[in-house]
Design a protein around this ligand. Sequence first.
Ligand SMILES: [Zn+2]
Length: 376
Amino acid sequence: MLNHSLRLGRIHGIEIDVNWSWLIIFILLTWSLAVFFFPQLFPSMSTTTDWVVGAISSLLLFVSVLLHELSHSLVAESEGIPVHSITLFVFGGVSDIEQEPHSPKDEFLMAAAGPAMSLVIGVICYGIFLALPSTAPSAIAAVLLALGFYNITLAIFNLIPGFPLDGGRVFRAIVWGITGSFQKATRIATAVGQFFAYLFIFGGLFLAITGAFLSGLWLVFIGRFLNNAAVGSRRQAELETYLKNVRVASVMNPHPPEVPAQASLEDFVENYVLARNLRALPVVADQTNCLVGLVTLGEARTVPRESWPVTPVSSVMLKVDQLTVAYPDEPLVQALQDLTRDDLNQLPVVQNGQLVGMLSRSDIIRYLRVRRELSN
Ligand SMILES: [Zn+2]
């Protein structure tokens, strides 16, 4: 469910996706505004108006989260860090920023941009709400108050110095600036992040036991999410330490099995898939060893079995220009990012158009295991 997203469009080359889980939040928000908050704060509004204004407010809150994430992303892009996509989901938004920032100052600006945007929107909306004349329609006052309250809350929550929240990133940028070490700053920031995560968990348990069961449970939920994220970030930083300065060439399989472009599907299935238990194979041009594509059992299945003996793999394979490839001199961390981003198991490694190896996830895992054993 968490992987199912709806593409809204692109802004500045950044994909904007909405995860289906966000619908739950939309319904919950609209419901809590229409049933609890508006009837108390604006008793003159009818029930229908409460629901309509609740739904409009929820939609605008969604736009607020998008603006928060866009601020992070646009600052990142201005610093030369590519941003792949923004996904809005149950907790707000996540920007898929592909690299770590280049300097403490870059990270500071990138992390602070989101909460700064939320704070500005919140203060403006709340300011207009306070300045409204008493004759102004309640519906407008209600939307402004909801937006003001939500955006200021979003800014404050994100400024908690627990990594990987924005405040934790600001904190890491400061520690990084002082110590000069990104790795050390990440270790300290994720440890502080875990401290806050446990504060949420134990605070939530305390609330749940003393009566505020739902609020307590909600805090425990947020705490667990933060703890997982902090642990994940520390592992990622460790991984990057291990893989630093390692090139694709030293981890790839330099003699991968390959299939010639003229081979038939029958040959491919019989002699490679069944006989050698291989699932995906690079396809090379006869004689030259140039990579021309990749073929898997999935492609063979698109052709009726009786045509396999007369169909060459080149007519069904994924063509080379559709493939993500790696280069022998490329940093391994970058190839690993490509594998993860495109959800692939392996990458053909090419040099001047020629296939020189295959890099698979299992190669990288094996390499990491050896490095870890050597360092212990
Ligand atoms: Zn943020």
